[in-house]
Design a protein around this ligand. Structure first.
Ligand code: MN
Length: 240
């Protein structure tokens, strides 16, 4: 597992994946290697390390799923973002600024989709923990009780948002207007782009998040996440 998380091996895969994708997208400009992009002097958007080992969420989410979801999907969003910002006015921008600057702009759709997916996945990994599940405590639990009635109701709403999101997307717990709210977003859409909203945690409901382990049984994946993996400490830290 440590081997799979080795930045060296990730970089090698990145190089190959990046070069292949650049060849597909850029034709003759097939030198889209990290070295070439870094030569522009711009800081690169990085693939953050997973906050746990690839197999640490098993049996609820398998090592195979994490390996592909983090090592291929998340990584591809990072690579695509870096390719799209290279040499542009957003080349030196932070990930958050890239997402916010491209949201809702039809001519920036590709960059929005990829950069928002980078941010959403980083947030998702932190929303899970091998020691997750259970229920929130302290101030977050107090807020859950005042805004939902009780924890069971919040859990039910999160599950419903995750299960009923049609097609690809995300379920979120956010703070909006001083109240906790559950919401769902399609595709790469993210509450990060709404100044009035502060995301506390998220559940990825794209098929790639669960198909290896659960096939089409998204409700079973959502139940496992909520019962065994969801990271209430992360949500509490975001609540502040
Ligand atoms: Mn995903």
């Amino acid at each position: 597992m440590a081997e799979k998380c080795d930045p060296q091996s990730v970089t090698r895969r990145d190089f190959m994946g990046g070069a292949m994708a650049a060849a597909a997208v850029g034709g003759a400009r097939a030198s889209g290697s990290p070295a070439t992009l870094q030569a522009t002097g711009a800081p690169m958007i990085e693939l953050p390390k997973l906050p746990y080992g690839e197999s640490d969420l098993a049996p609820h989410i398998s090592q195979e799923t994490i390996s592909f979801h983090y090592g291929k999907h998340h990584k591809a969003y990072v690579d695509n973002t870096n390719r799209m910002i290279a040499g542009s006015e957003l080349a030196a921008a932070s990930l958050e600024d890239i997402v916010k600057a491209t949201a809702g702009k039809p001519d920036k759709k590709g960059l929005f989709n990829n950069s928002a997916q980078v941010w959403n996945h980083t947030f998702y990994w932190k929303s899970l923990s091998p020691k997750g599940g259970g229920q929130p405590t302290g101030k977050l639990l107090d807020r859950v009780k005042s805004d939902f009635g009780d924890f069971a109701k919040l859990k039910e709403e999160l599950a419903k948002a995750a299960v009923t999101q049609f097609g690809s997307g995300w379920a979120w717990l956010v703070v909006e207007g001083g109240k906790l709210r559950v919401e769902q977003t399609p595709n790469a859409e993210t509450p990060l782009t709404s100044p009035a909203k502060k995301p506390l945690l998220t559940i990825d409901v794209w098929e790639h998040a669960y198909y290896v382990d659960y096939r089409n049984r998204r409700p079973d994946y959502v139940t496992a996440v909520l019962d065994k993996l969801i990271n209430w400490e992360f949500a509490a830290a975001n609540l502040g």
